[in-house]
Design a protein around this ligand. Sequence first.
Ligand SMILES: Nc1nc2c(ncn2[C@@H]2O[C@H](COP(=O)(O)OP(=O)(O)OP(=O)(O)O)[C@@H](O)[C@H]2O)c(=O)[nH]1
Ligand SMILES: [Mg+2]
Length: 522
Amino acid sequence: MFKSKKTSSLLPLVALAALAVLVIYLSNEIILKYQMVERWGTTWATFYLVTVVGGTAVAVAILFVVLGRMWYETWQRRRRHERRNRNPAELSPSEQRQEVHENLAEVKQLQSDTSLSPELRQQLDPMVREIADKQEFGTLEIVAFGTVSSGKSSLLNTLAGRNVFSTDARGGTTVTRNQIPWPGADRVSLVDTPGLGEVDGEDRQHVAAQAAKNADIVLVVVDGPLRQSEFALIQTLGDMEKRILVCLNKEDWYHTEKKEQLVTQIADQTKKFVQTPDVIAVRSHTTQQTRMRVQSDGSEIQTVVETPPDIEPLADRMMELIRDDGQRILLANLLLQSRGLVEEARGRVKKSLDGQAWQIVDQHMWGAAGAAALSPFPIVDLVAGCAVSTKMVLDLARVYRQSMNQDVAVQLLSELSKHLIGLLGGVTATAAVGSMLKSIPGAGWAVGGILQGLAQAIITRWIGSVFIDYFGNEMQEPEGGWADLARRKWEQMTSMKELKRTVEAARFHLSAGDSGRETRSQ
Ligand SMILES: Nc1nc2c(ncn2[C@@H]2O[C@H](COP(=O)(O)OP(=O)(O)OP(=O)(O)O)[C@@H](O)[C@H]2O)c(=O)[nH]1
Ligand SMILES: [Mg+2]
């Protein structure tokens, strides 16, 4: 069992075979009827033939359309899946554009799904708009990242040719993400971000990764040898497939030889993620340097020389990159962003659906528990054929919009029951769960029928958790197979923490039931 995928691929063959059998059996019948109708006259005979042949043609056409559509959808899904697992660089521009279009369409479809909460649908709005805008206007975002006070804002100011972003010798000047158009090129924005501190490294890497999502080109601004946190940042951005330029800022701090040595060292350390010409030394601020000057009389005096900023090598490299690769980078990033959006949207929808699904499981587990507790006979087969579980599975399928009928649900449940027996090593489930429950403090009150009820509740919850996983994963065969999923979920459901939780919930349900009865009897 649990072969729904294989079954569905066999479906067209089965349908064709059924049609062939039908034609063979019906042909005799058709001929006999034709002979009968022929006696009424040629008009009737012709009418009969046209109806039969036309009807058959329509039936066959419908069958082929349905089969064709099924086959096309499966093929499309497989292609989409394969494409999503490939890096943008492995896809042609038209394939990338097609995927962006499909990803946006998928999220828009989720947005128009009225069975999802309005809040959830609204949450997706700004994300979709951002990508759609980027697609429409094609603005390339160049984002500066780096340690606090490395000179990100100064560098962007110099690139922009005016003081737009505030700078200060004290760290932490920039606190939000700010953006301006870059006069150096058409449809390019410069984005400033808050500096990353050495402390809370991991947390800040995460913040940076979030902020970097929309970046097309990243300027990692450093002011000396790479710190561990800066290397980790470059690694995170590299893993996100960002195009990175490393700017060794405050080059005035170093002598020419030392500066070149530093650039080579950084290029060497980051070569996995950054191209060697993309490590560039810059000076983003006017600096004052003291120089000794020899006068005409041979005496020396100290003078202060102002050195203007120098970002030319960086600006040239940026222009070159935008000119030669801008469109490709933009499209690749649009694709990555749209993939991120689909994942995010799916994650949020799944979370909401999981919530609804667990409510269904909760309702059914106590229904099943009540039925088991009140039953005068021991429940021999705890799973297969259990009406409550079947209904629960069908309700769960509906929540995840998966098609499932009663027969398949019962088959799946009976298969699951075999796993249960396997897990319990042939012991009846009630006895096994009962002995487990006895080890929980506070479960001593659970005797007789109540114990049976609790066992049924745990098993129903286990079934629910297996199916939540199955439906949540679009009815795909689980990784590691069904037996593994069943075992994992069983271990989860029968962990001491879960069992305690279930006993507590049972107590609550019992006392709620009692007080309900008392209130009614008053
Ligand atoms: N010597 C020297 N100082 C620089 C250079 N670039 C920036 N500075 C100084 O470095 C300090 C920090 O500059 P900011 O541009 O505010 O640095 P930031 O990275 O934006 O800082 P936060 O926003 O606080 O993270 C300021 O005092 C700048 O004047 C440079 O090339 N050489
Ligand atoms: Mg700043």
